[in-house]
Design a binder for this molecule. Structure first.
Ligand SMILES: NC(=O)c1ccc[n+]([C@@H]2O[C@H](COP(=O)([O-])OP(=O)(O)OC[C@H]3O[C@@H](n4cnc5c(N)ncnc54)[C@H](OP(=O)(O)O)[C@@H]3O)[C@@H](O)[C@H]2O)c1
Length: 239
């Protein structure tokens, strides 16, 4: 049975993806800070699911947590680096930006680079990172979030260039808006989908080992438009 770790599996997209992958026969290691939520999910998904309460921003201790999960699983074929935050920050306070960079940049890199080293050594594995359509342009409301997702997408592209010589695939998943705790109360959203629908799109990209996947796929249209829209016009439409 294939084995995967999902970070940020205690809620939202990570939780729904865990449900899908467990149903499809994956042996899973689930990581997030909320131990009670992870244990409740593990109980729901049945025996064989391992959990680890850890904070991805604790980059010193994170490798030991991930190593322990791999030991419990008996190996690793895939990691889904999904944990992330997006605190609203139109007033440009420091703490939301700091949390965003710590989690989405430092925490993401700690997980992805750990997996890259493991898969490089064993010459096999699949790295999946959950970026966002937000990676493509700036945002007035969550400037650090969009910048952090640009980092995530570029980092994944670099890993893909590096690891392709060993046939190790790297998938950059870019969801549009999804109804989760992250988007609760957010205004101006459109094409919003439920987490189970988004998780199905993410899992499809994993199965196909896609390089870049927009979820749902219609967001590829907006990706194209946002790439060709001049900055001034983009600012007026998006803010
Ligand atoms: N919702 C959207 O519209 C949307 C759109 C595009 C991309 N995304 C991306 O999808 C991913 C999942 O988001 P979501 O919507 O499912 O959000 P969510 O419901 O708020 O879930 C976030 C998950 O990340 C975990 N997490 C946050 N900080 C962490 C930390 N320091 N250490 C370990 N785990 C941490 C949370 O677990 P604990 O609190 O238990 O630690 C939780 O399991 C994120 O990377 C997000 O940027 C979301």
């Amino acid at each position: 049975m294939p084995k995967a770790i999902i970070t940020g599996a205690s809620a939202g997209l990570g939780q729904e993806l865990a449900r899908l992958m467990a149903r499809d026969g994956w042996t899973l290691g689930l990581l997030a800070r909320n131990q009670a939520a992870l244990e409740a999910l593990a109980e729901e998904l049945g025996p064989g699911v391992k959990v680890r309460a850890a904070d991805v921003t604790d980059s010193e201790n994170l490798p030991a947590h991930l190593d322990a999960l791999v030991a419990q699983l008996g190996g690793l074929d895939c990691i889904v680096v999904n944990a992330g935050v997006s605190p609203h920050n139109r007033k440009l306070a420091w703490e939301p930006d700091r949390q965003t960079v710590l989690t989405n940049v430092l925490g993401f890199t700690a997980c992805a680079s750990w997996a890259a080293r493991l898969f490089y050594q064993q010459k096999h594995g699949h790295i999946v990172g959950v970026s966002s359509i937000a990676a493509l342009r700036g945002s007035a409301a969550v400037p650090a979030y969009n910048a952090s997702k640009a980092f995530v997408s570029h980092y994944l592209e670099g890993l893909r260039f590096n690891l392709s010589r060993f046939g190790i695939p790297v998938t950059d998943v870019r969801p549009g808006w999804v109804h989760t705790a992250m988007t609760k109360g957010a205004k101006g959203m459109f094409w919003v989908v439920q987490p189970d629908a988004a998780a199905r799109g993410i899992y499809r990209a994993i199965r196909r080992k896609q390089k870049v996947a927009y979820v749902p796929r219609r967001w590829v249209l907006l990706a194209f438009l946002s790439a060709v829209t001049p900055g001034g016009l983009y600012q007026r439409i998006s803010n």
